[in-house]
Design a protein around this ligand. Structure first.
Ligand code: AMP
Length: 388
C-alpha cells in the first residue's frame, strides 16, 4: 500500500524528502530562471517542518555525469529555497559521507544535499550508495513526481533500506489527478493529443483509448493518420513507417478518434509564413496548424466534456500565427468547466500564452513521467513506494 506523508508520525524524526529541484539555470549555473519546481514542493517541506521533523532534501540537477561540476551545484537552490521558506537552509558539501552526517538537521531545520548526480551510483541505482543515503533519515518521502519514471538510488534503491516510506503532497496530487483521469474520470472524458510524432505517443493513445470517450488528434501526428486514410498530406510531417500502425489504430478506435478536417498550410516552415486554410492539403504545401472548422469541432467536444486530458500542441505553436489552434483549444479547455489535466511541456507553455493557467485544474510537473503515466506504464518511483 502506498502511504502519504500525512499518514506518518513525523515529530522528532529525520525525514529525507526526494524533491525535483532540477531547475533551469543561466549564467554558468548561478541564476535560477524558473523557481516553479522549488515552489511545487514547498507544501510538503512546510508540512514536515510543522509536524516537528528535521528535513533532509535531495535532488539531481542537470547532467553532471557522475562528476562534481560547480555549474550544477545546488548552491543557488539553497539560497532560493531559504528565501521562499523564510528559514535558513544549510547546503551540504556532498550527499553522503561523514561531513554530511555531521550536518544532519534537528527538528525544524532544513539541510539540502549537494547534487545527487555528482555520484554515478545515483543513476546506476547502486545498493551501497542507496544504503548510505538511507542512513541519513528515519523516514523517506518521495515528492519528485518528475523523476518517478527513473529507477535511481534516490527514487527507488534507498527505499528498501528505510523503515518507512511515503509520497509527498505534490506526488499525492499528481497521482490523484492523473490517476482519476485515467481510471475513473467524470464523463464524458476527452483526450486532446498533439505533438510531432505518432511514434512518441502510440502507447498513450492506446492506453487513453481504453478509458476516454473521444480522442481528438492534432499536431503533426495527425498527418500520419490522414495518410493512413489515403488523404493527401503534401509536404506535412508524416512518419512513413507508422502508416500501417495508424491504419490499425483507426480500425480499432473507429469514431472515438477524431482527426482535423481543415488545415492551415504554408510553403515554408517559418514564423509569419504566408498561409491559407484548406480542407485538402496541396502537394507543394505543409500543414502547420489545425484550421478553424477543426478548432470549432474540437472545442464543441471539449465544451460538452467533464474531464479533459491534454498532451501536445495542435500545431507549430512556437511560430505565430501557427499557434492559433493550440491557443484556441487552451481557451476552450479553460472555459469548459471540465476537470482539466495537462501533461506538462508544450501544452503548459500554450496555456500560459493563452493566459488561462488559473483555470486549469492540474498541470503536471513531470513531462516524461506524466507521458509514461498516461501511457499506462508503471512508474518505478511510485511502484517502490507502493510495494514497501
Ligand atoms: P511533442 O514534443 O511530441 O509534444 O511535439 C511538440 C512539437 O511538435 C512542437 O515543437 C511543435 O512545433 C511540433 N508540431 C506540432 N504540429 C506540427 C506540425 N503540423 N508540423 C510540424 N511540427 C509540428
Amino acid at each position: 500500500m502506498k502511504l502519504s506523508i500525512q499518514d506518518l508520525q513525523l515529530s522528532g524524526k529525520r525525514v529525507f524528502i526526494r524533491v525535483d529541484f532540477n531547475v533551469p539555470l543561466a549564467n554558468g549555473g548561478t541564476e535560477i530562471t524558473s523557481d516553479k519546481r522549488i515552489r511545487a514542493s514547498l507544501p510538503t517541506i512546510k508540512y514536515a517542518l510543522e509536524q516537528g521533523a528535521g528535513v533532509v532534501l535531495a535532488s539531481h540537477l542537470g547532467r553532471p555525469k557522475g562528476k562534481r561540476n560547480p555549474e550544477m551545484s545546488m548552491a543557488p537552490v539553497a539560497v532560493k529555497l531559504a528565501e521562499l521558506l523564510g528559514l535558513p537552509v544549510k547546503l551540504a558539501p556532498d550527499c553522503i559521507g561523514p561531513e554530511v552526517a555531521a550536518m544532519l538537521p534537528a527538528p525544524g531545520e532544513v539541510l539540502l544535499l549537494e547534487n545527487l548526480r555528482y555520484h554515478s551510483e545515483e543513476e546506476a541505482n547502486d545498493p551501497g550508495f542507496s544504503a548510505e543515503l538511507a542512513k541519513l533519515c528515519d523516514i523517506y518521502v518521495n515528492d519528485a513526481f518528475g523523476s518517478a519514471h527513473r529507477a535511481h538510488a534516490s527514487t527507488v534503491g534507498m527505499i528498501q533500506f528505510v523503515s518507512q516510506a511515503a509520497a509527498g503532497l505534490l506526488m499525492d496530487l499528481e497521482l490523484k489527478y492523473l490517476g482519476k483521469a485515467t481510471s475513473n474520470p467524470d464523463r464524458p472524458c476527452v483526450a486532446l493529443i498533439g505533438g510531432a510524432k505518432v511514434s512518441d505517443k502510440i502507447e498513450m493513445i492506446e492506453n487513453l483509448a481504453k478509458v476516454v470517450d473521444t480522442l481528438l488528434i492534432g499536431g503533426a501526428m495527425a498527418y500520419t493518420f490522414l495518410r493512413a486514410q489515403g488523404l493527401p498530406t503534401g509536404k506535412s510531417l508524416v512518419e512513413e513507417d507508422k502508416i500501417d500502425l495508424a491504419k490499425s489504430l483507426l480500425a480499432n478506435l473507429g469514431s472515438k478518434l477524431m482527426l482535423p478536417v481543415d488545415h492551415v498550410v504554408a510553403s515554408e516552415f517559418k514564423a509569419g509564413a504566408e498561409n491559407e486554410t484548406v480542407t485538402e492539403i496541396p502537394a507543394d504545401k505543409m500543414a502547420l496548424d489545425i484550421g478553424q472548422k477543426t478548432i470549432d469541432a474540437y472545442a464543441a467536444v471539449i465544451a460538452g466534456s467533464k474531464t479533459v486530458i491534454w498532451n501536445g500542441p495542435m500545431g507549430v505553436f512556437e511560430m505565430p500565427p501557427f499557434d492559433h489552434g493550440t491557443v484556441s483549444l487552451a481557451k476552450a479547455v479553460a472555459n469548459s468547466g471540465a476537470i482539466s489535466v495537462v501533461g506538462g511541456g508544450d501544452s503548459e507553455k500554450a496555456i500560459k500564452v493563452a493566459g488561462v493557467s488559473a483555470q486549469i485544474t492540474h498541470v503536471s510537473t513531470g513531462g516524461g513521467a506524466s507521458l509514461e503515466f498516461l501511457s499506462g506504464i508503471e512508474l518505478p518511483g511510485v511502484a517502490a513506494l507502493t510495494n514497501k
